[in-house]
Design a protein around this ligand. Structure first.
Ligand code: T1G
Length: 693
């Protein structure tokens, strides 16, 4: 038979038709693939010599879903639901042969087949919720009919990929076949189905599990309640729940109508547009225009970390987690033991939660060596300094490292805002120096700002980005400036939050609109969580700010039961009359007449100066592209992914509106505030940050 089209091949072997799709990199179900499958299924169905059909993909994976690059464009028939129905209605057994990841529309295509076989390493999932969507080709109606509504609810709202063994146990995969034998085993399985005259198992007709859940609304009510906090602000999880409810309560075709309606609502919405933008943005960050992807990288087999405090310890765990031995250096034995103790406690907590085997706790602790001798770092491939944020201390450490550590090793600073070029200049090898800015807790937060110094070599950059991926981080390359990308923009927001305190807003008035916007918490609640005494000392405190006065009163945040807020035993925050009086006293001393500030003004004055700072960061080439800035904020500062990040949000609001508001707030934004020329230019041209390629 041969090629059906550029991506689809149809062959017949001993009565079994094999439809082979080859659409790299992930066999996404773009138009050609959909059309190819339909044509091939029709040909196989019409061929009397064909007794059964196998659908298999070339390359690294079975279909990893619909082609996301086609979203937002006019859909071209055959649509994916039609493809699935076409497969289901073939009059001969159809078998999906799964390897890699059968995801989204890919799993839906497999659910249209009458049988599914997979190799042990295969994974299945419906991750559409991560794109602000839901499965739109029958997955919400077919999956619960196979795995039951409970597991279907968990799968469509978490988007988790389940392994072949679990899928087999759940009835999703009919047979696990040996690794490397997929094609032959699938053909053998198809022959067995024919020989045993097994029925055409149409999933749409398998109603036992959904009918069993009928009349049990508590299943959904409990699920919603249990996940309310996690799903806060997102639309897609709730929509996914409704489709599973429809699968339980309605006949298949009625349920499909509900799926289609809810799918189109989400597809047309800003949340999905934002999450699809983030999908591609997370893949763009790794592409450095002047550092080709084939730039040779350096092996990192041994890492040294200076400072076993909160950051140093968290950073060390990232390397131990991937099997890289780490030497931790401290100045005092007591500090070293405390640091290693915290790491062990973290691992043991993870093990208690069943997310780590006890033997793995020991294995990882076994990769950590503590020492008071800097000389022990001589043969490290990478040394990361995580000491006190003071330039003189940093330069002293780098000067010593320069003399101790072997040539060809990378020297990195975990500084969160200091000048990396100045630190590098404290060595004779600035081309081997860069910043690796981890976020606290460093073993949890996904973001890593990779700070490129003016002399950092391309090989060191390529190595750092590759290492970021290896330790499970999202590496974003940024340039040297005060606070790099994240903290520089945060400072712009904090300045406005502080300013509005003096104008009449209370901390809780400012935190609320940011929380409602989707941030995990506002600036003042965040301050209380981190501790108001970071960088504060009783000795130098002069009661010159609200924060200083609070610290002087031992209101240092959650840890002291009071800060900007008062906290109960369960650490629930409530507005504080004490803080209110302190703020009013400050405002009175400044001669300010407090005024009511609207939530909209608070939100805009917190976010728009950030966006403006983001535009300046692009002008200064501190960030490569606007979407990198968005990835920093989503993965480092809790910006809600369904709003795409500050720069995407600006495009959604309209740059002209942002500029107009910044001009309207003008004097309130501070004497040294100025609007970014790039932002003004794009606004004037009616353009978006996304137009900046
Ligand atoms: N469509 C288009 N391009 C895709 C794609 C997709 N579904 N998946 C991956 N790519 C591109 C990606 O942009 C990158 O391109 C390259 O493939 C390698 O990806 C109706 C509505 C499969 C686990 O959500 O989770 O089906 O950067 O770097 O780390 O119900 O890709 O090289 O140019 O991520 O090995 C549902 C999305 C779609 C799965 C592989 N499916 N993909 O991870 O490689 S919605 C998904 C992934 C849907 C239907 C609905 C991962 C992966 P480039 P990569 P990876």
């Amino acid at each position: 038979m041969g090629a059906i089209n550029a991506v689809t091949d149809l062959s017949v072997e001993d009565g079994i038709a094999i439809i082979t799709i080859n659409n790299p990199p992930v066999n996404a179900l773009g138009h050609a693939v959909r059309d190819g499958i339909v044509q091939a299924m029709q040909k196989a169905d019409a061929d009397a010599a064909v007794k059964a059909v196998v659908l298999i993909c070339e390359g690294r994976t079975f279909h990893a879903g619909a082609d996301i690059t086609e979203f937002g464009k006019p859909p071209v028939s055959p649509w994916l639901p039609e493809v699935v129905t076409e497969i289901e209605n073939v009059s001969k057994p159809t078998v999906a042969a799964i390897h890699g990841t059968a995801l989204g529309g890919g799993l839906e295509v497999a659910l249209g087949c009458h049988y599914r076989v997979a190799v042990p390493s295969a994974k299945c999932g419906l991750p559409e919720v991560h794109l602000g969507l839901l499965p739109g080709a029958g997955g919400t109606q077919r999956l619960p009919r196979i795995v039951g509504p409970e597991q279907a609810l968990a799968m469509v709202t978490s988007g988790a990929h389940i392994d072949a063994k679990t899928a087999n146990a759940a009835g999703l995969i009919d047979e696990i076949v040996p690794e490397g034998t997929l094609r032959a085993s699938a053909i053998a399985f198809a022959k067995k189905v024919v020989a045993e005259n097994r029925p055409l198992k149409k999933v749409r007709d398998m109603n036992d599990k959904v009918e069993a859940a009928r009349g049990k609304p508590e299943l959904f009510a409990d699920f919603r309640k249990a996940n309310a906090r996690k799903f806060r602000g997102f639309l897609a999880p709730e929509y996914n729940i409704r489709t599973i409810e429809a699968a339980v309560n309605l006949p298949f075709d009625e349920g499909m109508k509900v799926e289609r309606k809810l799918f189109q609502e989400l597809m047309g919405g800003v949340q999905s547009a934002a999450q699809r933008y983030v999908f591609f943005a997370e893949r763009e960050v790794w592409k450095i225009p002047d550092v080709p992807s084939d730039t040779p990288t350096l092996p990192i087999a041994k890492v040294g970390i200076i400072g076993a405090g909160t950051m140093g310890g968290g950073i060390a765990m990232n390397f131990a987690n991937v099997g890289i031995p780490v030497t931790l250096v401290e100045t005092r034995q007591e500090a070293l033991e405390r640091g290693l103790g915290v790491i062990r406690k973290n691992y043991e907590t993870t093990a208690k939660r069943g997310k780590l085997k006890p033997e793995d706790v020991e294995k990882r602790m076994g990769l950590l060596t503590g020492t008071l001798a800097l000389e022990k770092l001589a043969d490290c491939d990478l040394v990361i300094e995580a000491v006190f944020e003071n330039m003189d201390v940093k330069k002293d450490v780098f000067g010593k490292l320069d003399k101790i550590v072997k040539q060809g090793a990378i020297l990195a600073s975990n500084t969160s805002y200091l000048n990396v070029n100045e630190i590098a200049a404290a060595t004779q090898r600035p081309e081997w120096v860069l910043g690796l800015h981890f976020f606290s807790p460093a073993n949890v937060m996904r973001l890593l700002e990779v700070v490129r110094g003016e002399k950092t070599s391309k090989q060191v950059i390529a190595t750092a980005m590759q290492l970021a991926k290896k330790i499970g981080k999202i590496g974003v390359l940024v340039g040297v400036c005060n606070g790099f990308v994240g903290n520089r923009m945060l400072a712009a927001r904090q300045a406005q939050a502080q300013a509005m305190l003096m104008e009449g807003a209370m901390p809780w008035d400012i935190d609320k609109p940011l929380y409602d916007f989707g941030m995990p918490m506002g600036p003042f609640a965040m301050g209380d969580l981190a501790g108001l005494d970071i960088g504060w000392s009783k000795e130098t405190s002069k009661s010159s700010t609200v924060r200083e006065v609070l610290c002087e009163m031992d209101r240092r945040g959650q840890k002291t039961g009071a800060g900007f807020y008062d906290y109960d035993e369960q650490r629930n925050a409530k507005p504080s009359a004490v803080t209110e009086k302190i703020i009013k006293d400050f405002a009175a001393k400044a001669g300010v007449t407090p005024r009511q500030i609207s939530e909209q003004e608070i939100l805009e004055r917190c976010i728009y100066p950030m966006i403006n700072e983001g535009a300046k960061i692009l002008e200064e080439k501190i960030a490569i592209r606007p979407s990198d800035i968005d990835i920093v904020w989503i993965n480092g500062y809790g910006w809600p992914v369904y709003r795409g990040g500050p720069m995407f949000h600006a495009d959604t609001v309209g740059l002209a509106n942002v500029v107009a508001k910044l001009k309207e707030y003008g004097p309130k934004l501070g004497a040294d505030f100025s609007i970014s020329p790039l932002l003004e230019k794009l606004a004037a041209e009616g353009k978006k940050f996304q137009d900046l390629k």
